[in-house]
Design a protein around this ligand. Structure first.
Ligand SMILES: [Zn+2]
Ligand SMILES: [Zn+2]
Length: 390
């Protein structure tokens, strides 16, 4: 009850912070202004430690007055390269850049929670680590880790993350055990043929023909080979080749992603390489295949998920906890932190068609429902409190 009142008291400040971040969105690893505000804010709370990491990442550490576990709380701080069309009075002032995923809300929520926790530090049985991560939209977590983030945070007993979620109605909390967000690897295939005259295709080797075989091999992989209970999606989203209708091009490039909502991504990748190479060979082409990790599989720890379910049911009532259709083929690089300890990631519903806060993430009309912010803060704070009590 006491926490609810304190969250209510801090709500205007959280909203003000969120709107300020929203007005001044910054792209991945260029979040200089945002990062500066986060750092100053954490320093004003007189935390035990405040560090920067990988340029614009910020890590604050609050040691509670009682011994206990070490918990990392992660918020992402980056915006997207998109022209905002939300109609909000505090819309982006940076042309072509917008907080169209809600990370402005995530950052403001964690700052608000940190302020309340800092005021109660003597009562906290454990250590809280506030981790503000740059560039979630393009694999920033691993860069933060490579730059020593986990040496700063120390070995965590648990790691918690969250996302404001337009697909769930306001007041709902989405919880899912195990594989919850798919691993995502980006592929780039360069197919090499032999250029020539469009009227004499037999004298050339057309990489476009090879690309059609590659695409149909991917389709037959989906339908014939892959276990339907091991969700896997391979999508080609870019193909570039050719410059004139009468010239067979030398080369072709195709790019896309491979997503797996299961642990078996390495076998899928191996089969993908094999299929692409053989499809190209069939057309007398050669190829080079690059696979780059976008994010790993986000696997929610079963015990933490069970605890979170209790916390959420107490907070919003069992009827408002969404447990179906929560897992998705989209990803979040929160997953990279989970190699250092068990973690749990949840979704804070904010969809309300009357307010337009059900617009999809990454859409120009995307809007955060500010009513969801206190709910998210309370869920996070109660979850940590329940965890530290155990
Ligand atoms: Zn996003
Ligand atoms: Zn996001």
């Amino acid at each position: 009850m006491k926490i609810k009142k304190e969250i209510e008291a801090i709500r205007p400040e959280v909203i003000e912070l969120r709107r300020d971040f929203h007005r001044h969105p910054e792209l991945g690893f260029k979040e200089f202004r945002t990062s500066g505000i986060v750092k100053d804010y954490l320093e004003s709370l007189d935390l035990d430690e405040v560090h920067t990491c990988s340029g614009t990442g910020v890590i604050g550490i609050l040691k509670g007055g009682k011994p206990g576990k070490r918990v990392i709380l992660r918020a992402d701080i980056d915006a997207l390269p998109i022209q905002e069309d939300s109609g909000e009075p505090f819309a982006s002032e940076n042309p072509g850049i917008a907080h169209a995923c809600g990370h402005d809300g995530h950052t403001a929520m964690l700052l608000g929670a940190a302020k309340i926790w800092a005021a109660h530090r003597a009562e906290i049985p454990g250590t809280l680590v506030f981790l503000f991560q740059p560039n979630e939209e393009d694999a920033g977590a691993q860069i933060m880790i490579d730059d020593g983030a986990m040496e700063i945070t120390g070995k965590p007993d648990a790691i918690f993350g969250y996302h404001l979620w337009a697909n769930f109605p306001l007041g709902k909390i989405g919880i899912h055990p195990g594989p919850t967000m798919a691993s995502s690897y980006y592929f780039k295939i360069k197919i090499h043929g032999k250029g020539g005259h469009g009227g004499e295709p037999h004298g050339a080797i057309n990489p476009i023909d090879a690309a059609t075989y590659v695409l149909s091999a991917i389709k037959s992989f989906h339908t014939l080979e892959q276990d339907v209970f091991q969700p896997t999606v391979i999508t080609c989203c870019m193909i570039h080749a050719g410059q004139k209708e009468i010239i067979v091009p030398d080369d072709l490039e195709m790019e896309g992603s491979i997503r797996c909502l299961h642990e078996g991504h390495e076998a899928v990748h191996a089969r993908f390489r094999e299929m692409v190479e053989q499809a190209c060979a069939l057309c007398r082409c050669t190829c080079e295949i690059e696979l780059k990790c976008g994010n790993s599989l986000l696997n929610n720890d079963e015990a933490l998920t069970a605890l979170a379910l209790e916390t959420a049911e107490t907070l919003v009532g069992p009827e408002h906890v969404v447990t179906k259709n929560v897992a998705m083929m989209g990803g979040d690089d929160f997953a990279e932190f989970l190699q250092y300890g068990p973690g749990f990631y949840f979704f804070i519903g904010m969809g309300d068609p009357a307010k337009g806060t059900d617009a999809h993430h990454h859409n120009a009309k995307f809007k955060v429902n500010e009513e969801a912010l206190p709910i998210g803060i309370e869920m996070l704070m109660n979850l940590v409190s329940d965890y530290l009590k155990r």
